[in-house]
Design a binder for this molecule. Structure first.
Ligand code: NAD
Ligand code: LMR
Length: 332
């Protein structure tokens, strides 16, 4: 409406805007799905110089959608300009893995992208900046970016495990023959990697404990590995890493952050650990989280059984190794 158009637009920066996730993401942001129907957005697209032309092509298409909420588009290859006044930063730009690689193998290729971006966010982003890292390895890239932004509260740097959460919802719904929106209290713990722990021990499906509806062998042998290895299965089938589902999860993550979680549920996100659940302070790990519309909180005081404890510990051990690797690379 004319009234919305007069509101100050939120600046949303998307890195890797000319990539495949970027192509699936930008139209949803510009249509109002990221920040809601009352918030105009100004898109800021960061690309490497050789992809700026392609980003310009996408911007032409964004113009051609005539989105009422789209207040403008800036395209740049300058990292400082990209984050000047940014309210929401979606750090997507990074190389995807190809068949046979684990996400951690991308650390040396992609880690170097996130130090200057963290520094630029520190230097110029808006006071309320919210950062979501999508580029892999997402948790450790978020850790690198946060390390270079000493003036921004570390809580504002998050890593995407919402895609894993959504994958877990879909698998459990299919198995139980119920709808995804009948499921509550699923959790992805740990790293966005094959070591993640998709946890249904507390989940309910239409009010019934999930553990009463599915057997332990299915959970251990099918549910957990299917969710944890879904990224590789998509790469294998599609010949390219997930894009539209990743963009969808990024929209869900930010939308939940700004709208808050419903009172009877939580979601999953990679957030900085405060030492909860024995995860070393400062690591960016996935937890069950709620949002009050401004900040995330880790759901406290859940009891972990021995199997859950072992699975979480294994994923956290990998996060610790990745932290050691980025220290050795001089990235933090
Ligand atoms: P893509 O190769 O299609 O696009 C990546 C884009 O990033 C390219 O256009 C490239 O030019 C750009 N880029 C590279 N370095 C940059 C820099 N320094 N600044 C700005 N832009 C830069 O890849 P994609 O399929 O869009 O995937 C992007 C990343 O997201 C990959 O690392 C992928 O593994 C990851 N991913 C994460 C999740 C998740 O759940 N966390 C899900 C899917 C994909
Ligand atoms: C995914 O989970 O689909 C992405 O992280 C891409 C990948 O490498 O698995």
């Amino acid at each position: 409406s004319a009234q919305n158009a007069e509101k100050t637009p939120a600046v949303v920066t998307v890195t890797g805007a000319a990539g495949q996730i970027g192509y699936a993401l930008l139209f949803r942001i510009a249509s109002g799905q990221l920040l809601g129907p009352d918030t105009p957005v100004r898109l800021r697209l960061l690309e490497v110089p050789q992809a700026v032309r392609a980003a310009e092509g996408t911007a032409m298409e964004l113009d051609d959608c005539a989105f009422p909420l789209l207040a403008g588009i800036d395209i740049t290859d300058d990292v400082r300009a990209a984050f000047d006044g940014t309210n929401v930063a979606l750090l997507v730009g990074a190389r995807p893995r190809t068949a046979g690689m684990e996400r951690g193998d991308l650390l040396s290729a992609n880690g170097g992208i996130f130090a200057p971006q963290g520094a630029a966010i520190n230097a110029g982003a808006a006071d309320d900046v919210k950062v979501l890292v999508v580029g892999n390895p997402a948790n450790t890239n978020a850790f690198i970016a946060a390390s270079h932004a000493p003036d921004v509260p570390a809580e504002r740097f998050t890593a995407m495990t919402r895609l894993d959460h959504n994958r877990a919802l879909a698998q459990l719904a299919a198995r139980t023959g119920r709808r995804v929106d009948e499921i509550r209290h699923l959790t992805i713990w740990g790293n966005h990697s094959a070591t993640q722990f998709p946890d249904l021990t507390r989940a309910t499906v239409a009010g019934t404990p999930a553990t009463d509806l599915v057997d332990a062998a299915w959970v251990a042998d099918t549910f957990i590995p299917t969710v944890a290895k879904r990224g590789a299965a998509i790469i294998e089938a599609r010949g390219a890493s997930s894009a539209a589902s990743a963009a969808n999860a990024a929209v869900d993550h930010v939308r939940t952050w700004v709208d808050g979680t419903p009172a009877d549920d939580w979601t999953s996100a990679g957030v900085v650990s405060d030492g909860s659940y024995g995860v070393p302070e400062g690591l960016i790990s996935s937890f069950p989280v709620t949002s009050d519309g401004t900040s995330w909180s880790i759901v406290p005081d859940l009891e972990l059984d021995a199997d859950s404890r072992a699975r979480l510990d294994a994923s956290v051990a990998e996060l610790v190794e990745e932290r050691e690797a980025v220290r050795a690379l001089g990235l933090v």
